[in-house]
Design a protein around this ligand. Structure first.
Ligand SMILES: [Zn+2]
Length: 259
């Protein structure tokens, strides 16, 4: 970690601690339970460039809505699959998931496009791994950054063994998928705004698809995205579409290869 990153991290931690103290003193503030770290209490608001999302972040493990949906779904899958046998490839790994999933699995490889802090530098559209070398590919919030997502999906399918599983969530913040003419750096280089229809693309590459959503689990885990999407498009997000409502679902597509 560079000195600059460490400084920003400390600044963020102090800001979060102050915000948490303030929220804990508000008796009207709703309380939740984190299924990842088992913290119970108020959750923090999270403010990316798109605007504030109330109750988004667990103040203990820093998980966001999507991480909690993912962990609950992994817990569901563990009821039917022996994770001790799984060879896992985790692309762009999230620390909340990585730290808890790795000890449960047979083997665990991490990779990212730049190779920083992971086992391998890998381009998802041209993976260096052999065919059928993994049983589970975990790739969360990556495909929305890749223009040639068909190549990425082909590669994920290629490295999966028979019976393999691909965990492929993307952020869904549009009623229908919109391809951007250029990457938007206000949203970390997204090349599209996926809609719920996006996971239909997976059906071409995998034998089955099941999409889990926030609605599949208890609301005490706070799995919804509370976000005002009515102001899009705007100068920073010129290709997003306006969407009504302030409470939105998170989606988690699980794809399978037949045995
Ligand atoms: Zn937590």
């Amino acid at each position: 970690m560079t000195l600059r990153t460490r400084y920003r991290r400390i600044k963020y931690k102090v800001k979060s601690a102050i915000a948490l103290k303030r929220l804990q003193n508000d008796p009207s503030r709703e309380k939740f339970t984190c299924p990842i770290c088992e913290y119970s209490g108020v959750f923090l608001d999270f403010t990316p460039e798109t605007g504030t999302r109330p109750h988004a972040q667990c103040p203990n493990c820093e998980s966001l809505e999507r991480h909690r949906v993912q962990w609950l779904t992994m817990t569901e899958l563990r009821k039917e699959i022996d994770f001790k046998k799984l060879r896992v490839l985790h692309m762009a790994p999230e620390k909340f998931i990585l730290e808890r999933l790795r000890p449960l699995c047979h083997s665990y490889v991490t990779a990212d496009i730049d190779g920083a802090g992971v086992d391998f530098a890998e381009d998802l559209t041209k993976l260096s791994f052999a065919d059928a070398s993994f049983d589970l590919v975990y790739c969360s919030h990556v495909l929305e950054h890749i223009r040639d997502d068909a190549a990425a999906l082909r590669e994920i399918r290629r490295v999966l063994a028979p019976g393999g599983i691909a965990v492929l969530p993307v952020p869904v913040f549009s009623d229908v998928t919109v391809e951007y003419p250029e990457p938007n750096w206000h949203e970390h280089g997204h090349v599209r705004a996926p809609g719920p229809d996006y996971s239909e693309r997976y059906k071409k590459y995998f034998d089955s698809l099941r999409v889990y959503t926030s609605d599949n689990y208890d609301s005490r885990f706070q799995l919804y995205l509370y976000e005002d999407r009515t102001g899009w498009p705007n100068a920073k997000f010129p290709h997003r579409r306006p969407t009504a409502g302030t409470k939105h679902l998170d989606y988690l597509p699980i794809c399978r290869v037949k045995v």
